[in-house]
Design a protein around this ligand. Sequence first.
Ligand code: CR1
Length: 824
Amino acid sequence: MKKKTLPFDKDLFKRSVLYNVKTLYRKTMEEATPQEMYQAAAYAIKDAIVDHWMTTQKAAAEQDPKIVYYMSMEFLMGRAFGNNIINLQAYKAVKDALEELDIDVNVLEDQEPDPALGNGGLGRLAACFLDSLSTLGYMAYGCGIRYKYGMFRQKIQDGYQVEVPDAWLENGNPFELRRNEYAKEVKFGGYVTMYTDDMGRTMFKQEGYQVVKAVPYDLPVIGYGNGVVNTLRIWDAEPIQCFQLDSFDKGDYQKAVEQENLASQLCEVLYPNDNHIAGKELRLKQQYFFISASVQTAVQKYMQNHDDLRKFYEKAVFQLNDTHPTVAVAELMRVLMDDYQFSWDDAWDVTTKTCCYTNHTIMAEALEKWPVDLFQRLLPRIYQIVDEINRRFVDQIMRKYTGSAGIDVQAKIRSMAILYDNQVKMAHLAIVGGHSVNGVAKLHTEILEKRELKDFYEMMPEKFNNKTNGITQRRFLLHANPLLAEWVTNKIGDGWITDLSQMDKLKAFANDKKAQNEFMEIKFKNKERLAKYILEHNGVKVDPKSIFDVQVKRLHEYKRQLLNILQVIHKYNDIKTHPSKDFYPKTYIFGAKAAAGYLTAKLTIKLINSVADVINNDPDIGGKIKVVFIEDYRVSNAELIFAAADVSEQISTASKEASGTGNMKMMLNGAVTLGTLDGANVEIVNEVGEENAFIFGLTSQEVMEYEKNGGYNPMDIYNSDPNVKKVLDMLVDGTFSEDKELFRPLYNCLLNTINSSKADQYFILKDFESYLEAQKRISDAYQDKKRWAKMALLNTASCGKFSSDRTIKEYVDEVWHLDKVELQ
Ligand code: CR1
């Protein structure tokens, strides 16, 4: 039986491209630049999308399903063109149509800037979730910010990272729709006054504030093959009023200028920190800005076709992507009480039943805490509400624990209060103000329950649950790796595209020699594709026959890129001292952006590039190892890299990586994990079997035990292990830079001779030996071609669990309780 596919009119598309080139640019195809052709084609695709978009919205209006509002400061969408035509099931038709117009679809796709409105895993997860929500047929809004400049573009100059603004909107964005009719006002500052309303109730209102206009831009999120189109609604800020010449006194003038400034700054740029909070005032403004606009919209949308706002939660759920959107709790309270005259208790009932919170990290520096005075000055009414939430919660703690034997009530308050030490603790607000708290992998959730959020877990265990992350196979296999996608479909049919658990059927081919060869042949072609990219971008020739060992992710000390490069240095020494020793060639591929102000991370990038320079140009090495740092790691080149990886480096200090999602993307593409038992690695190993992964290092238990006892002394290892000593000394002996002191800070991070409790906080030296040993096991395994092929194939075959479709289903069944929308 042939499955139904979405209709797509190829000839109409072609005509529409030609028409667009003419009306947009007054040009013929021959005269148009590649960018202009891209724009013309993108607008033609948007035409096709809009029909589905309208049908979906109409069906939703009729069926009135519950909607999830996925609130997130970041949506790392990646390029839309290729993904959109894949999900419309029109890739082939579009490719053929473009060919007939003498355009290469790949060249066209490369014209699109990467919409990079996110830092790393957290933002990319949000993008995968939207893809899954549409594909599964649930109604969803992504709510975010339309940053004028997204994540910076990274240039490598002289081995150093240089940040270049990412002007992704320079040529406009063909897929977006500006929705002026849905604009909202958002108020900052001023003070709160009390008044009595007509019915004698005490009411509050904010006065003397500054106001900006929040204008939404809608982007379509297309489900795979089902015609469902959801909306990513990102907000831009505009000044609300122009100068009124007749009221041109000094105060008004001043205020008008301030409001204009506020509006022009608000959505200027994404803060480039991953797992780290800079605590800037503007960031809090950004948070309240998009949350206030989104909450107002959600409530208004509900009120269009319902009359009892007390049942709001039956039709809407707010999922808070980390603590960044947590002001939503207080904002919903405010709207319900101030705009709809709810009592506190009624508003609280609705709010807690509406809000849910996902925790993405236990890194202390990522915990959001705002100084009370800043919070209060910026958001006076919201602060008042938070203060009351806190008062009632502290009261609840006291009622629960006072008189309980062996419990220190004050200690409980210290650890759980929302306002404490003159700080507003956003995670605490998110936990108290919602009904669900989840971690993003089993181990991570356990750590939250047993350690980080222990007191909350004990007080309200029913709120806690786990939702192991996932990724969309539509982007990371179907689009990123067409050769493998086709092979999989030939073997097991195309059901995997919307049901990744079917990959399991590939296990039947694990020992099949022909299948193994085909699988490795595809990997080889993908390695050639990446080698070509590396030659073009780095000027380095790498051998696709070598092992491609890949670590791509944000640069962070806990992710331990430093461990990786130290191991490379050791290998370099090894080859130099034992030139005749058998060593299978390896290409170490890195890609990472560092937060602009994160010096250790930036210096690690410089070290990787300096080591690359020395090794790649050392004739003694004869190409046995190559080191490559890929500039400007982002979604588009990630797709090439994942497809080409043999080894997936997931080497964070155990307990620190909440989940990781790059690990899943590489597994899907047949890479074998080299990792610690951290985050989702634990579950990956569980699925694929220990014999098909390379695990090393301290366990999370061990790490936490050391931490409890004030760390360990890395000097002992330095003094007793000559390999370690040699590698570390090379950081400061001029091998990798003329300035011997250049890498001293990295050396000091590892061996703090003044304060040993601050030394090697990420257990790099502690794990060094076992890491080397795991690397060795990999080289051995790779030389057994059959064994490796089987392992790689089994990784692809075992990745079924890690689809974001599975994650979303769990959220829907256990937390959100959405109904599907049915399209005729
Ligand atoms: C975590 O570090 C996880 C993603 C998505 C990151 C990473 O392990 O895969 O979230 N956390 O859940 C984060 O960005 C602010 O915290």
